[in-house]
Design a protein around this ligand. Structure first.
Ligand SMILES: Nc1ncnc2c1ncn2[C@@H]1O[C@H](COP(=O)(O)OP(=O)(O)OP(=O)(O)O)[C@@H](O)[C@H]1O
Ligand SMILES: [Mg+2]
Length: 366
């Protein structure tokens, strides 16, 4: 059977034992104290964060409001005092490498895991006090599919819909529409087990929509999918956004973040290294173009110093040298004029991968 612990209204906290002392709902005084503190409000890492000490109660409250959010596992700090606001109708991304703290953050937002510190409001409610109510209004696509492999595609939707106390007739109508949306109508009566990874992912997304949520949380929706399946999913997510659904997405694919996210944070080691729209981040942290040069094995460290002055910034990676420049073609011509003959050369536009490299000194997908 489907695990109720998978984001259903009946879900239980996955690690309620780890931080029970910090999981209690903050009092109003604590909330205003924490959220209004100088540390929280003046740190530069509050993406789109308002300077309000508490979210407004006039209907303009962000859909998700976090201040000084912390997740600890024992002594280890997985999420380290992050601040963010996510507005209704936007598509907000958490971009970061393995272990950055993305899933830990998603689990707190989706009330699957208690906070270890800070303040969080979701849909105007407090996850510690209103977890079931919040869960009943969000759709969750967890990082790992948790479908019932023995049941049919249709029955997975039927069973899931019942967690939301929906009448069978309503669930069936929605399920038919969602299977169409996920291009799985032909497989409605097949068992889930033999479906491909992409089909299972699409079914998980369809399942998360059975309650017609206003807020959809997607933890790495396309990891492991082939390019065609990824593009199909992007298209489906884009359509949901057009319908006014707020999307919160984690990914370590920069192209996915560029395609899907209005705003995003670059997350690394539990904190936000930067935030903004994809365009702003690229403008702020990279140059317009990048020249990628590949020389012979082990030559990059030797050659890089000789390229000094050719670009605004040079990054040396084990397999390539990156020259950051405004005019990539001109820079590449200069490389050739200086007598260098790379095995291969490519001029491209900057991406979020370059932003990540600049901010952390590491590539996003190792
Ligand atoms: N239940 C847990 N107990 C102990 N440590 C945990 C637990 N869950 C996560 N962590 C640790 O917290 C850190 C952040 O993990 P998290 O799953 O949030 O990262 P992530 O950004 O989602 O990574 P990925 O891209 O690999 O999914 C990791 O070092 C991880 O080992
Ligand atoms: Mg994760």
């Amino acid at each position: 059977m489907i695990e109720p612990a998978d984001a259903t209204p009946a879900a239980k906290l996955d690690d309620a034992g780890t931080s029970t002392d910090r999981a209690r709902p903050p009092t109003l005084t604590e909330m205003s104290h924490n959220a209004g503190s100088v540390r929280s409000m003046t740190r530069p890492s509050a993406p789109g964060a308002s300077t309000r000490a508490l979210p407004a109660v006039d209907g303009t409250e962000p859909l998700i409001w976090a201040r000084g959010l912390v997740k600890r596992f024992g002594d280890f700090v997985a999420v380290d005092q992050v601040d963010f606001d996510i507005e209704k109708g936007e598509s907000f991304g958490f971009l970061g490498p393995n272990g950055a703290g993305k899933t830990s953050t998603m689990k707190m937002i989706s009330c699957m895991s208690p906070l270890s510190g800070g303040t969080l409001r979701v849909l105007g409610m407090d996850p510690a006090a209103d977890g079931p109510k919040i869960r009943s209004r969000i759709g969750l696509v967890p990082q790992e599919d948790s479908l019932d492999l023995e049941l049919t595609v249709m029955d997975n939707l039927m069973v899931y819909g019942r967690y939301f106390d929906l009448p069978k007739k309503v669930i069936r109508e929605r399920a038919n529409r969602l299977l169409e949306f996920a291009q799985l109508t032909e497989r409605a009566n097949d068992r889930v087990d033999p479906l491909s990874g992409g089909m299972k992912r699409r079914l998980t997304i369809a399942r998360s929509l059975i309650s017609e949520p206003d807020l959809l949380i997607l933890d790495e929706p396309t990891t492991g999918l082939d390019p065609q399946a990824r593009h199909l999913l992007w298209d489906r997510l884009y359509r949901l956004k057009q319908q006014g659904v707020t999307l919160v997405i984690t990914t370590h694919y920069m192209d996915e973040a560029e395609q899907l996210c209005d705003r995003l944070v670059v997350m690394d080691k539990g904190t936000f290294a930067a935030h903004g729209t994809p365009r702003q981040l690229i403008d702020q942290y990279s140059t317009k173009e990048v020249v990628e040069l590949r020389f012979g094995a082990d030559e990059h460290e030797n050659i890089a110093p000789k390229l000094d002055g050719l670009a605004e910034r040079i990054e040396v990676l084990p397999d390539r040298i990156l020259l950051y420049a405004t005019d990539g073609d001109e820079t590449l011509s200069e490389v050739h004029r200086r007598g260098f003959t790379p095995v291969s050369a490519l001029v491209r536009r900057s991406t979020l991968e370059d932003v990540f490299l600049r901010l952390t000194g590491r590539t996003l997908v190792d």
